[in-house]
Design a protein around this ligand. Sequence first.
Ligand SMILES: [Zn+2]
Length: 95
Amino acid sequence: MPSPDALTPGILFIVGPKRIPKWVTAQCPSGCGTSLLLSLSQSRRPRWSVVLDWMGRPTLAPSVRRTDGCRCHFWLRKGAVEWCADSGHPEAKRE
Ligand SMILES: [Zn+2]
């Protein structure tokens, strides 16, 4: 598993065997400087699924909601962050 220091903003790491990946880790897109660790394991709750399109862009489901720290709430679709209206991130309130 890469150390949090090795995470680059916007880059998602999928950890584990290719057929049965275990974790997704990424730097929090809010820019708060913390890293996210999401379980892909079938046996854990909550769990996420990640799908890569032909360009390798990840889509995560369901959305990521942080109940601590920056409280951001977002979807990752085709590698792009879509902020939810109830996110703690200021970008979510622009509209
Ligand atoms: Zn954050």
